[in-house]
Design a protein around this ligand. Sequence first.
Ligand SMILES: O=C(CO)[C@H](O)[C@H](O)COP(=O)(O)O
Length: 208
Amino acid sequence: MKLQIALDTLSLEECIILLEQTKGNVDIAEVGTPFIIEEGMRPVRELKKRFPEIEILADTKIMDAGELEASSAFKAGADIVTVLGVSNDETILGAIKAAKQHGGKIMIDMIAVKNLVERAKEIDAMGVDYICVHTAFDVQKSGKDPLDELKMINKVICNAKSAVAGGVKLSTIDEIVEEGAEIIVVGGAICNAENKSETAKEMKKHLQ
Ligand SMILES: O=C(CO)[C@H](O)[C@H](O)COP(=O)(O)O
C-alpha cells in the first residue's frame, strides 16, 4: 500500500521542503492539476531530478490526445500519468501506448464517471496500471467520500490495481486501509495541516 501526496496548492519550494522532511514516508509525489495549470511540467522535472527515489505522478487528467499528452508528461520525468475514465477508449489506449514507449504507468481517474462498475470493467480490460475512484473536490462538501466507490471497483477489477482519492483524512484512512487499495492519495489533509510533515508521517503509519 502506497501513500501518494497530492501537491495541489503549495509552491515548488514548499513541496521540496515537505518531501525532504517526509523522506521514507512518501511513496508517490503527485504534481496536482492546479499545480500543472500554474507551472506546466516544471515541477514534474524539478521533483524527479531532486527525488529520483520517489515516484512522480503528473495529474494531467487527460481527456483527449492521450498519446501526445501522456508522452509530454513522461518525457518531463513522470512515472505515472492520469487520464480521465470518461474519455473515449481511443484516448486511454493512446496513453497506454505512450506509457509502454516511455516505461511509465497510467492511472485512470474515475472522477464524474456515472456508470462506475461497467466503465471500470471496460477500462480494466484495456491494460491500465491503476483505476482510481475519486470524489471531486467540488462535491466533497456534500459529505460524500470515495469508500463506497472503492468497494464497488474492488469487486470487479482483475488486472489493474485500485487507488482512492478525494478528501481522505486521518479519521477515514483506516476504513480505506481495511477495504484495500494499492495507492491512497492524500492532498488537503496533509498540505493544509499545521504540521504537514508530521501529518504525512502519521498517515503513512496507518498504511499496511
Ligand atoms: O485531484 C485532486 C482534485 O481533483 C486532488 O489532488 C485529490 O482529490 C487529492 O486531494 P484531496 O485529498 O485534498 O481531495
